[in-house]
Design a protein. Structure first.
Length: 202
C-alpha cells in the first residue's frame, strides 16, 4: 500500500493541517482510503446561518447534497440531534429508513455517519459515507473509526481557530504597545523639560 492509499498518511496530514480547507480535504481523503465508499461527505455548520454546508465531497454535488434527496436527510438530522454516530448495514431493509424518500430515490444500502463535536458539546458538522450497491459495506469498526476521525477534525479545527485568533491578536498588539510606549515617552519628555526649565529659573 502506497502512502497515498494509506488512511494514516492523510490522518497525519489532517493533524498538521494549517487551514480549515486542508482539514476537510485530508479528512475526506482518509475516508476514501479507509472506507472505500461510493460517496462521501464532510460537512460543517455555518457559524452565521447554523446550516450544514458541504466542505469536501466525493460522488456528491456539494451545492445540492442537502436539497436533492441524494442522501438521507432524516439520518443526518438524527445524528445532529442525538450527537451520536449511526450505522445502517442495509438502509433499504431497516424499518427506520425503508420508507424514506431519499432511501427510495437513491437506493441507499450501507450508510455510516458521525457528528463532529466541539469539546463543549456543540455539533460542528459531520462525516458521512454510503454505498448504494452493496449492503454490509460498513460495520461497527467503520462506525468507530468515523467517530474517531470526527473527533480529530473537531480538535484540529479548534486548534487552527485558536492559532488564527492568536496570530491576529499578535499582529495588533505591537501597535497598541507602540502607542503606549510613545505616550509614556512623551510624558517623560515633558517632565524633563519642566525640570530643566525649573533649573534655569534664577
Amino acid at each position: 500500500m502506497t502512502s497515498e492509499a494509506n488512511p494514516e498518511f492523510f490522518i497525519d496530514k489532517l493533524q498538521h493541517a494549517s487551514t480549515r480547507r486542508e482539514i476537510f480535504e485530508y479528512a475526506l481523503d482518509a475516508m476514501l482510503a479507509h472506507l472505500t465508499p461510493e460517496r462521501a461527505l464532510v460537512a460543517c455548520r455555518d457559524k452565521e446561518t447554523e446550516e450544514l454546508t458541504a466542505q469536501a465531497t466525493h460522488g456528491l454535488d456539494p451545492q445540492t447534497v442537502f436539497l436533492a434527496g441524494e442522501i438521507s436527510t432524516e439520518m443526518i438530522k438524527t445524528v445532529m440531534r442525538d450527537k451520536q454516530p449511526m450505522l445502517l448495514v442495509d438502509a433499504a431493509r431497516d424499518p427506520k429508513m425503508n420508507d424514506r424518500t431519499s432511501v427510495i430515490l437513491s437506493g441507499l444500502r450501507s450508510i455510516v455517519c458521525a457528528p463532529i463535536l466541539h469539546s463543549g458539546g456543540l455539533v460542528m458538522g459531520l462525516v458521512y459515507a454510503d454505498n448504494r450497491i452493496r449492503a454490509g459495506a460498513f460495520g461497527p469498526p467503520h462506525e468507530e473509526w468515523c467517530q474517531k476521525l470526527a473527533a480529530m477534525i473537531a480538535q484540529r479545527l479548534t486548534e487552527v481557530e485558536r492559532g488564527q485568533a492568536a496570530e491576529k491578536a499578535g499582529k495588533t498588539q505591537p501597535v497598541a504597545l507602540g502607542q503606549v510606549d510613545e505616550a509614556t515617552w512623551n510624558a517623560q519628555r515633558q517632565k524633563a523639560f519642566a525640570l530643566f526649565r525649573e533649573g534655569q529659573v534664577p
